[in-house]
Design a protein around this ligand. Structure first.
Ligand code: SF4
Ligand code: MG
Length: 320
């Protein structure tokens, strides 16, 4: 396995201002020191409830949001030190698929204009070549070249996400960051889009970061999965290990809510007490201690280190 992307101690602190003078009074640690690598050709799932920092993490990898601190290395280039114009060029190689394809597709543009745009931005090809590529991509994502002259509102949600995926592929990227790409779709359509993404991955040797709020969705598509809670990654391992032997109490609780296809196998549902705390005022120590069924005194005082407990299986918890 060869790493394609390396993320080290990534942080994003948003300032909170207040008072008459609008001074900064505190900050929200939306992402608070996240580290992981993504290997060539794999899918890394990143899972957590809303507000855990997973989308902010995804956007920082493309520098749609600039990190407060930390390092992102793509192939051999440190993205965090690139100028804005150098970063713009890099976005040819890293593309994003968004949750709501309708909101991310300009309603006044035809599909052809939408798909051509990334090529124009990067100055790729003549108009004839670009339009040829648009037609090719429409077929690849399971639409037809005659759809090129239509507008986004003329498509179903699933078709619109296919257009979003086609747009992401136009520049022949190596890495796709998909932020809840199927969350807005009907369950029956979700698996079609997931299957398409898997086929495209094989065909084009793509690497995926697949962000989701639910462990069920990423199970079959991910080689490895990272679980985030309040701006930190609390567990990261291969999918097999994470689903069969989750180590972090938060992962165990999340998993207990995912239905299991095998009726012989029963898993007890672990109910978490309370709501997810506000990221602007997170609990001390292990930020999960207010909801954790195993919390002890040390959990309130000391931040658990994110450590490799078994080969390739990282967890941040004082139980280990
Ligand atoms: Fe629970 Fe303590 Fe582990 Fe945090 S460190 S998950 S509070 S046992
Ligand atoms: Mg989100």
């Amino acid at each position: 396995t060869e790493p394609l992307l390396k993320v080290e101690n990534l942080q994003k602190h948003f300032p909170i201002t207040g008072g008459l003078l609008g001074r900064q009074i505190s900050s929200v640690k939306a992402v608070d020191g996240v580290s992981f690598t993504v290997n060539k050709g794999e899918t890394l799932g990143i899972v957590g409830e809303s507000g855990c920092g997973k989308s902010t993490t995804g956007r920082m990898l493309m520098r749609l949001i600039d990190p407060t601190d930390g390092k992102v290395t793509f192939q051999d280039r440190e993205l965090t030190s690139l100028s804005n114009s150098e970063m713009r060029k890099m976005r040819r190689e890293i593309q994003m698929v968004f949750q709501d394809p309708y909101a991310s597709l300009n309603p006044r543009h035809t599909v052809e204009q939408i798909l051509e745009e990334p090529l124009k931005v990067h100055g790729i090809g003549s108009q004839k070549e670009r339009r040829q590529r648009v037609r090719e991509l429409l077929e690849i994502v399971g639409l037809s070249s005659y759809h090129a002259k239509r507008y986004p509102h003329q498509f179903s949600g699933g078709q619109r996400q296919r257009i979003g995926i086609a747009r992401a592929l136009m520049t022949r990227p190596k890495l796709i960051i998909a932020d809840e790409p199927v969350s807005a779709l009907d369950v029956s359509i979700q698996s079609q889009v997931l299957n398409l993404m898997q086929d495209l991955q094989k065909e084009f040797g793509l690497t995926y970061i697949f962000i989701a709020h639910d462990l069920g969705v990423v199970r079959h598509i991910s080689d490895r999965v990272g679980v985030m809670y309040l701006g930190r990654m609390v567990e990261l391992s291969t999918s097999e290990a994470l689903y069969d032997k989750p180590m972090h109490p938060y992962t165990q609780a999340l998993l207990s809510a995912v239905p299991i296809p095998d009726p012989e196998f029963k898993r007890e549902t672990i109910l978490l007490q309370g709501d997810i705390p506000s990221p602007s005022n997170p609990p001390s120590g292990c930020t999960f201690h207010t909801r954790c069924p195993h919390a002890t005194e040390i959990c309130k005082q000391k931040v658990p280190e994110f450590k490799e407990q078994q080969p390739g299986h990282y967890v941040a918890c004082h139980l280990y």
